[in-house]
Design a protein around this ligand. Sequence first.
Ligand code: KG4
Ligand code: ZN
Length: 350
Amino acid sequence: MKVLGFESSCDETGVALVEVLEAQPPRLLADALHSQVEMHQAYGGVVPELASRDHIRRVLPLARQVMASAGQTLVDVDVVAYTRGPGLAGALLVGAGVAVALGAALGRPTLGVHHLEGHLLSPFLAADAPQFPFVALLVSGGHTQLMQVDGVGRYALLGETIDDAAGEAFDKSAKLLGLGYPGGPALARLAEHGDPKAFALPRPLLHSGDLDFSFAGLKTAVLTAHRKLGAAPVAQQIADLAASTQAAIVDVLVAKTLRALKDSGSRRVVVAGGVGANLRLRAALDAGAARLGAKVHYPPLHLCTDNGAMIALAAALRLQHGLADLRQDGAFDVRPRWPLTEISPAVCGS
Ligand code: KG4
Ligand code: ZN
């Protein structure tokens, strides 16, 4: 069975083809991605209307590219999957509309996938795929959550951010430092040349005793520290502030994830979402988990940020586990706000 997946929830158009054979891990046959980063750069952030229009321009050429590089044609597709939410409404509608139209034209069923479930399961595309159960740290531009994952579709929320997401903390701090958009990778690059101990920034909720996060205060502290540097700070000071900001975010993410590991008694952690590409986070988490005798699993680096492969994969795993809510009536909706726990009622209601 072959699943064609579409991702268009924010500023990346992703398409991928995944093959599912019975009792075997799903296999990625081909994927293609177009990032809108350059287009949004001029505005310092994602402009939703421009994002939607660009998804429209890119989605079909990317689909053709995927089918060609997999050596397949559209009639070989058995199920068409798309990101149903959460994300930007207009952007989601593009992927959903194309997927459902394609399903109708081909006479194939469609499946709306939760974007975060895609991230959560993306390490199954890596060479050393994890086994269930595991603790998952989901760190993207819009979400920061710790989840207990007992199987496909069995997700329980352990803790989450009460304000900004970790990616947002990176992005907003980067903006304050004049690093443009998207801030996370830019701040991380600059941080490599800075001293992470140069500025004493807060580690919000570090000792709160629970697994929740808060990053809004950190952003204010970065703003205050930046102002104190005066109108013309030297480049090294900015690098030091970037390194100190990154260290504060990473310290909190690592401490809470290790606490979740200890609490759950699990020996496996999965890190997913764009911030999972952060190399300092990876190094600190690897070291901390090793001390607990645990292993950290990541998706391949290029599949940390949004992509179509994780959507096709999540759909494939749901199909394999008999959990796919397939539709063939040509109707669809998108869920711009859609808590992940809603797709796992059995676990989270208990
Ligand atoms: O998962 P993702 O691609 O999109 C969302 O669903 O939000 O995550 C994007 C986020 C952005 O906030 C971006 O700045 C952050 O991931 N990010 C990073 C790095 N690469 C991407 N943050 C820190 N370090 C990185 N290397
Ligand atoms: Zn994402």
